[in-house]
Design a binder for this molecule. Structure first.
Ligand SMILES: [Ca+2]
Ligand SMILES: [Ca+2]
Ligand SMILES: [Ca+2]
Length: 719
């Protein structure tokens, strides 16, 4: 789908300007040291080089001794990288001897059963560094035939070669892929303090952690005031709330990942200290259209500047002019003046400008405009545009151009803390991002730094820096519909970026990844994703008024996390940001059942936005959770399965019961429009059992519903 037009509001302009900071680094490019530097070493056994769905490279089969390659063309379930599993190496006794820096690693092995349809037919051991790592593996008994099955273990290498030996006791050993992660790079955990609605003390934390490849459970432990860790809970998902903490106490969390009973690795949160909320904070309401209140960063001397885009009036199309307004208090703006007009330059006569960014360049005392430039009819030009002005005066339009002859569409500007600036934009028909360094005066591109996430078709890039890491957030090419946000990170802006990692749920909580706002703009600690809701472009949208959702981000060692809260209390001036949750999460890990495939129903309340219950293809279908006792209900959030390109919203109803037999209707969304990908609804009343009935999925491009009833996650809140 071709790129959509985006109207730049004043609010968005402010966000584009809320950019941060830097450092320079080194580039490592040897496979054997990559793992020690944090980049995993991955091998596609029995196959050629393969780029997976996270933009991560598996090298062509290498470092093996013995065995034979094979491949299948059958459908492989349980993975989005079926081709990685389809090709494999097998034999009664073969090995991989992989050069790697000394250190401790988490090794993830990927398997499929390619032939047998019964247990006990193929049984083998895997030894690592001469020690038993996987004992009597029987893939069929674990996963059946043609289903992706991963196992992970931990190993220490001290002779610069990782030796893996595959030894069969029945038929042949087999392996489809090997991924080796340095122990200190595979995992991160964060604890985000949050407020329970109606309380005045911030005495709760939301723990979130990145999934460890092959992990099947996580032990969450807590330390109080520096004491030893004690276990809170073993969980299957990737999050857990901790409530009712004590003011004046310091908490720290440990999350240990296991594959079955095998310990893999651990991650630790930063210290958390509950605190009393100060009064007078702003509230950003994620349930309606709202505006993030931040000081205008475009301040020169005692004057604040802002620039309002005016487009031509229909039937004419495209850019007309920018109107400058000034203020001395950042509240009252006036002195309207046209500072750039379509008639100023032939390039401006029939164009449109998007991703419009104004920045102040102090060394030359210029306000500089960068934008994505197109003609006023389509998206075929794919250029950048640049103009500049002495503050208060008219702009000079410098040029529209393709940087180093590359297409340049969705763009954003990133200012580093060494005075340099970069533009990142979509190139090659939106398949790649290209990062450009600007000249010292920021009026042109100086060099093409790197191509990022090549072939991954990301859009809406936004770069920020936090605690020594650069983070690049991006969206799927979305059309107008909600889509999956992902991010990557690096310690060097000119170096290689990490794999793409998911964040939030699979639909950015019914929005599109947008610009990341530094709350205090340049010298603060708090950041939030300002995710865009293009509801006016959604089929059947009846309330196209909410423009952005504010999703507070917590960072740790190159990893980033956000979640959805109904509102966020904040102060940009004081760099305070605290999310507010309406009630306690009372459904996670509780017994769940469903009208079909009940054995996987617990995937929809495991605290993981990517694991899912998949029912049989019958509508309606029900999913039910037993909360174990009656609660006073406040809210229900549902992360719905959605297919890109065939997006659907669901018709559903929610019922409650105290006995599991007689149900009362709590929420009726069986008719009318509802959100795509994620819904959040208030509940009232008391219930022990909550039943969600999936009535129908309404596809945006197809009148018939081919969806299978399935749910990523249901969160019931109450007290
Ligand atoms: Ca060795
Ligand atoms: Ca393979
Ligand atoms: Ca789940």
């Amino acid at each position: 789908m071709w790129k959509k037009a985006k109207n730049i509001t004043k609010k968005m302009l402010v966000l584009f300007l809320s950019i941060i900071v830097t450092m320079a680094g080194i580039v490592i490019d040897s496979k054997s040291v990559q793992a020690a530097q944090g980049a995993p070493v991955k091998i596609n056994c029995g196959g050629a080089e393969y780029k997976d769905s996270s933009d991560s490279i598996f090298y062509a089969d290498n470092y093996y001794s013995g065995g034979t390659t094979g491949s299948k063309t059958d459908a492989i379930s349980g993975t989005s990288d079926a081709n990685l599993y389809r090709g494999y190496r097998y034999g009664s006794n073969f090995s991989y001897n992989i050069p790697i820096a000394n250190g401790t690693y988490v090794v993830n092995l990927k398997f499929i059963e390619t032939y047998w349809t019964a247990s006990g037919k193929r049984v083998f051991n895997v030894n690592a560094e001469g020690a038993l790592a996987i004992d009597n593996l029987d893939i069929y008994s674990q996963a059946g035939k043609f289903k992706a099955y991963d196992r992970s273990f931990r190993v220490t290498v001290s002779d610069e070669v990782l030796n893996l030996n595959f030894l069969a006791s029945s038929d042949n050993a087999i392996v489809s892929a090997i991924a080796i992660y340095a122990d200190n790079s595979v995992f991160a955990a964060v604890a985000t303090p949050f407020l329970l609605k109606g309380q005045s003390n911030v005495t709760n934390t939301k723990l979130q952690w990145s999934p460890v490849p092959g992990a099947t459970r996580y032990d969450v432990s807590r330390s109080v005031n520096g004491g030893s860790y004690s276990l809170l809970q073993s969980v299957n998902g990737t999050s857990r709330d901790d409530y009712d903490l004590t003011l004046g106490t310091t908490y720290k969390y440990e999350v240990k990942a296991y594959c079955g009973s095998t310990y893999l690795t651990a991650a630790y949160s930063a210290d958390c200290k509950p605190y009393t909320l100060q009064s007078g904070l702003n509230t950003y309401d994620n349930m309606k259209d709202d505006t993030l209140v931040q000081p205008n960063e475009l301040k020169v001397g005692n004057t604040y500047y802002r620039f309002n885009l005016v487009n031509k009036i229909s039937p004419e199309k495209g850019f007309k002019e920018f109107v400058m307004q000034t203020s001395t208090d950042d509240i009252n703006y006036g002195n309207d003046k046209v500072v750039l007009s379509y008639s100023d330059n032939t390039d401006l006569n029939n164009c449109k400008l998007e991703c419009i960014t104004f920045v102040y360049h102090a060394p030359t005392n210029k306000i500089i405009l960068w934008a994505h430039y197109e003609n006023n009819a389509d998206y075929t030009l794919a250029r950048l545009a640049v103009a500049s002005a002495t503050p208060g005066e008219n702009f000079v339009f410098h040029k529209s151009f393709q940087p180093f002859s590359n297409q340049s569409r969705d763009m954003s500007l990133y200012r580093d803390d060494d005075g340099s600036a970069y533009v990142i934009s979509s190139a090659n028909n939106n398949a790649d991002f290209i990062l450009y360094k600007l000249t010292a005066n920021w009026l042109d591109v100086a060099s093409q730094v790197s191509t990022i996430h090549q072939g991954q078709h990301r859009e809406a890039p936004s770069i920020i820096k936090k605690d020594g890491y650069y983070y690049l957030f991006s969206s799927q090419p979305a059309g107008w519909y909600p889509s999956k946000a992902m991010y990557s990170s690096t310690t060097s802006i000119v170096g290689k970026w990490s794999d793409l990692r998911p964040i939030g749920n699979a639909t950015t909580f019914s929005a599109q990844s947008g610009q990341v706002a530094g709350l205090k703009q340049g010298n603060g600690n708090n950041y939030a994703m300002m995710a865009n809701r293009w509801m006016f472009g959604w089929k059947d949208a009846v309330d196209p008024t909410q423009h952005q959702r504010m999703l507070p981000i917590t960072f740790s060692n190159g990893y980033a996390f956000f979640d959805f809260y109904e509102n966020v209390k904040y102060s940009a001036a004081n760099d305070i940001m605290v999310p507010v949750q309406d009630g306690r999460l009372i459904s996670q890990g509780k017994t769940a059942t469903s009208s079909s495939n009940s054995d996987t129903a617990n995937k929809a309340n495991d605290g993981d936005y990517y694991s899912e219950w998949v029912g049989q293809n019958t509508w309606p279908s029900t999913w039910t959770v037993d909360l174990s006792k009656a609660y006073s209900l406040t809210d229900i959030q549902i992360s719905w399965w959605m297919m890109k390109g065939s997006e659907a919203y669901y018709q559903y109803k929610v019922e409650g019961s105290t006995d599991g037999i007689n149900y009362n209707l709590l929420l009726d969304k069986s008719t009318g429009y509802h959100d795509y990908g994620f819904t959040t609804d208030s509940l009232s009343g008391t219930a022990r059992y909550i039943r969600v009935t999936l009535i129908n999925a309404k596809l945006m491009n197809n009148t018939s519903n081919w969806y299978t009833p399935q749910l990523y996650e249901v969160k019931v809140f109450g007290n």
